[in-house]
Design a protein around this ligand. Structure first.
Ligand code: BG6
Length: 282
């Protein structure tokens, strides 16, 4: 296993919160509001290697979510999560938060995988609330279409005890049951492998975690899709960068544009996918 220090990263520590972000993928791996436990989950087995996805935190999936729609040889969840990004701005805001901005753009490698030109900007505002926004600009002369997600891994005390509120009555694609369309009844609870793409929902979600005595609130914009994922036992064993016994401690609630939704951008147009994450004691 490689060590976190093998890859370049930036740490932010203020009176309000601390955070860590890797320029590879503009990937946040840590956010902890002052006086609280860390909110993002990281696998102890994650690789921190050039060109390899990091397991945990907030991977940025784009320009496709999940497997490539026609070519399974192409990287799952696209290539932004493993591209080199550059830090272009870091400012202290009046409320004591820090906002960092990273950029990445199409290059030879990306155009081999996806024949379009783009500029991507990731801003992370680190304070008592974490605001993460991915803005993509079409810098090409042709329109393009993409899917994507802020694939956020949250740390939980025991996934079998948490409830995810905000999706009651929402239709979803069940990826572990042949992509069947189903309807959510009540809060989402986890008692087996769960991989669901909730459709046409702009609602805020709340992870209620009695063990950690907290609620994590995830508000969003620019997203009509929410993905909920926990790999459970067998799938965990198949992932080399995910510990066999780590699945009870995480849940992904992803701010996405996927499933029935895709983002179509004309030349010069842009789209902003934003998640606002905050924590309350219970
Ligand atoms: C989720 C998908 O968003 O990401 C799952 O819905 C997938 O199907 C999971 O297994 C992890 O993907 P990866 O490529 O990071 O292993």
């Amino acid at each position: 296993m490689s060590q976190p220090n093998d890859l370049d990263h930036q740490t932010i520590a203020t009176d309000l919160a601390s955070a860590t972000i890797y320029p590879q993928g503009a990937h946040l791996t840590h956010w902890q509001p002052a006086g609280r436990k860390p909110v993002l989950w990281m696998s102890a087995k994650s690789r921190f290697e050039l060109g390899a996805p990091i397991r945990g935190g907030i991977p940025i999936c784009w320009p496709w979510f999940g497997p490539h729609p026609v070519n399974p040889e192409k990287p799952a969840h696209g290539f932004l999560r493993t591209m080199p990004w550059r830090l272009v701005d870091s400012i202290n805001l009046a409320d004591g938060s820090v906002r960092v901005t990273y950029e990445a753009q199409s290059d030879e490698m990306s155009q081999q995988l996806w024949p379009h030109k783009f500029l991507a900007e990731l801003t992370a505002t680190i304070g008592p609330t974490l605001t993460v926004a991915l803005t993509v600009f079409n810098t090409c002369v042709k329109p393009f279409e993409s899917t994507g997600a802020l694939h956020t891994y949250f740390a939980v005390s025991d996934v079998t005890k948490v409830k995810v509120h905000g999706l009651d009555g929402v239709e979803y694609l069940d990826k572990v049951d042949g992509m069947k369309r189903k309807t959510q009844h009540g809060p989402v609870t986890i008692s087996n492998e769960t991989d669901r793409v909730y459709l046409n929902t702009e609602s805020e979600c709340v992870i209620e975690d009695p063990g950690f005595r907290r609620r994590i609130r995830i508000a969003k914009s620019g997203s009509k899709t929410t993905v909920v994922w926990n790999p459970w036992i067998e799938k965990s064993k198949k992932m080399s960068d995910f510990g066999d016994d780590e699945y009870p401690h995480m849940i992904c609630v992803e701010t996405a544009a996927a499933g029935d939704e895709s983002i179509k951008l004309d030349p010069g147009a842009s789209h902003r996918l934003e998640a606002r994450i905050s924590v309350q004691a219970i």
